[in-house]
Ligand binder design. Structure first.
Ligand code: ZN
Ligand code: ZN
Length: 151
């Protein structure tokens, strides 16, 4: 049975000794974990509840989260060679600008914005999805929203 690991928040199939295959910690041992944190996968463009994603209280604003996948990372020595063949180098730069970019707005309250940096825990560039560790309240409201939209 898949369970959510209380340590790394991923949905995992625990090993026979109840350890998480992802982080190696015991999934039954919740000491030192924050149970109000949950992982959620958000699709780009999805409407989010206006609840702070960190504390689950009313949000004040949105933070923009941007992720870029660079399709080609050229080694430095190649860049230097390209500098001597400028037209070619420009061509390469043009190709680089076709990088896949994902952007979404996460609701947050003023207080959390000062102390937390909103960082994705996983980015799925193929399916336009970004996963975050969020407050369980935020996730619950998001799931409610999704259920409503399906009806
Ligand atoms: Zn884990
Ligand atoms: Zn907050």
């Amino acid at each position: 049975m898949m369970v959510e690991c209380p340590h790394c928040y991923l949905s995992v199939l625990p090993n026979s000794d109840n350890t998480c295959p992802s982080c190696g910690k015991n999934i039954n041992d919740v000491t030192g974990t924050d149970l109000s944190n949950k992982i959620v996968e958000i699709k780009i463009g999805e409407e989010l509840p206006f609840i702070c994603c960190k504390c689950g209280q009313r949000a004040d604003e949105n933070v923009i989260v941007k992720e870029t996948m660079s399709s080609s990372k050229f080694p430095v020595f190649l860049r230097i060679i390209f500098l001597f063949f400028r037209p070619l180098y420009l061509l390469v730069q043009d190709n680089n600008s076709k990088n896949i970019k994902l952007q979404l707005k996460m609701p947050i309250c003023k207080m959390c914005k000062e102390v937390h940096e909103i960082k994705p825990s996983y980015v799925d560039f193929q399916n336009n999805k970004i996963s975050f560790i969020v407050n369980s309240n935020f996730r619950e409201e998001l799931y409610k929203k999704r259920r409503k939209e399906q009806e």
